[in-house]
Design a protein around this ligand. Structure first.
Ligand code: NQM
Length: 343
C-alpha cells in the first residue's frame, strides 16, 4: 500500500510479503524505490528522503502491542537503506494500514492501534477514526506541510526519552562544545543536535533551498554531526541518518522556537515528528542553547508549537522530574494506492 503519513510518503508492506533474508529484502525495497538514482526515475520513490520511505508491519507478540513497525529509510541517490532511525510521520499511517490489512479489528467510532516501534524499541498508541468500524481518511484536521483537511490520528508516545541514546540528555550536559560551537544534544525519540542558526551566520528564517545552498554550511554541520554521534552513544554515524541537525532561532508565529532541520544532509520542508518532540524537550532545559531564544510557559503537561519552514508542529510533553514520560501529537494520513509493485 502506498500511503502518506504526516508530511512523509512511502510504501507500507506486511513483513510476510517481503523476503525474510534482510539482504534480499533490502534489494527488493531499494529496487522498488528506484535507487540508486537521485531522481528515482525507475521506481516509486519521490526523489527526496521524505518520499523515499518504507514501513514494514507485522503482528506483535509483545505484551500490550498489536503490531511491530520497522521503519527503513532509502537514500535516493546512493540507494543505501537504513533502520537506524524511527519516523513518526510514517507511523501515523501504520494505524490505518494495520486495520486495513486485518491485523487490528476496528471498533465503531475510534480504534486504538498499539504499535511497537522496532527502531527505537518504544511504544506509541495511535487513535484512528473508524466510524461504523471502517477506517476513514476524511475529517477536519489540518497539519502544516500538507494541503487540505483529513481525519486526525492522535499519537501518544511513551518511553521516547533516551530511546536511542540512553538518556534525554545523552552527555548529561545541557550544553556541549563541538568545533567551537555550542550545541545541545538531546533524544526524545529522535537523536538531535540543537544549534543556534546565528552561530553560522544565518537568520534561521531562510528557506530549505537557501540553507542547502549557503556556502560552506553543509561541511560545518556534517563535521559537528560526525563528532556528536559518538558523544550521543550512537557510534560512527557516517553512514547513518541520525543525529538530525536542528538550527534554531526565535519564534515568529507564537511558537516556542523556530527550526530548520538537516535530516541530516537535505533540509526538511517541515520538521520530523520525533525531531520536533526532541527539539521541544531541549527547549525546556533552562541552560540549553535555546536559552534566551525559546519562549515557553512552565506548565505540565505542556503543549507547545515548534515552528518550521511550512508552519508549526504542535507537541504535548508530560514531565516527571527531569524526564519526559509522554509525548503527544496529531498527524493525518491517507491511503494513496493499494496494489502490486514490481521490483
Ligand atoms: O522525526 C524525517 C519525517 C522525518 C522523521 C527525517 C520523522 C520524525 O519528517 O519522527 O518523522 O527526519 O528524516 O518524516
Amino acid at each position: 500500500m502506498w500511503m502518506r503519513g504526516g508530511t512523509s510518503k512511502g510504501g507500507f508492506f506486511l513483513a510476510s510479503d517481503l523476503p525474510e533474508d534482510i539482504e534480499a529484502r533490502n534489494r527488493v525495497l531499494v529496487s522498488v524505490m528506484g535507487s540508486p538514482d537521485a531522481r528515482q526515475i525507475d521506481g516509486m520513490g519521490g526523489a527526496h528522503p521524505l518520499t523515499s520511505k518504507i514501513a514494514v508491519v507485522s503482528p506483535s507478540d509483545r505484551e500490550g502491542c498489536d503490531v511491530d513497525y520497522l521503519f527503513l529509510q532509502v537514500q535516493p541517490d546512493t540507494g543505501s537503506i537504513s533502520d537506524g532511525q524511527n519516523c513518526g510521520n510514517m507511523l501515523a499511517a501504520v494505524g490505518p494500514f494495520a486495520i486495513e490489512r486485518g491485523l487490528v479489528s476496528a471498533k465503531a467510532g475510534e480504534t486504538i492501534v498499539r504499535v511497537y516501534m522496532v527502531n527505537s524499541e518504544s511504544q506509541a498508541d495511535l487513535v484512528v477514526q473508524t466510524p461504523e468500524g471502517k477506517v476513514t481518511y476524511e475529517g477536519d484536521a489540518r497539519i502544516d506541510g500538507v494541503p487540505g483537511m483529513h481525519a486526525p490520528i492522535i499519537q501518544n508516545y511513551s518511553c521516547t526519552a533516551g530511546a536511542q541514546c540512553g538518556a534525554l540528555l545523552p552527555t548529561g550536559n545541557q550544553i556541549d562544545i563541538i568545533d567551537g560551537v555550542e550545541v545541545t544534544l538531546v533524544d526524545n525519540g529522535m537523536p538531535s543536535v540543537m544549534l543556534r542558526a546565528a552561530d553560522f551566520g544565518l537568520t534561521g528564517y531562510e528557506t530549505p533551498q537557501e540553507i542547502e545552498a549557503f556556502p560552506g554550511l553543509k561541511a560545518k554541520i556534517e563535521s559537528i554531526r560526525l563528532q556528536a554521534g559518538p558523544m550521543m552513544n550512537l557510534g560512527d554515524v557516517t553512514e547513518q541518518t541520525i543525529p538530525k541537525m536542528c538550527l534554531i532561532s526565535s519564534p515568529r508565529s507564537g511558537g516556542i522556537i523556530n527550526t530548520r532541520t538537516f535530516i541530516p544532509h537535505r533540509v526538511h520542508e517541515a520538521v520530523g515528528v520525533l525531531a520536533a518532540a526532541s527539539d521541544a524537550a531541549a527547549c525546556m532545559f533552562p541552560n540549553s542553547v535555546a536559552k534566551g531564544t525559546a519562549v515557553f510557559e512552565e506548565v505540565n503537561p505542556c503543549r507547545v508549537d515548534v515552528e518550521h519552514p511550512t508552519g508549526v508542529m504542535t507537541v504535548e510533553l508530560e514531565w516527571d522530574g527531569d524526564t519526559v514520560i509522554r509525548t503527544g501529537l496529531i498527524r493525518t494520513a491517507r491511503k494513496l494506492m493499494d496494489g502490486v509493485v514490481f521490483a
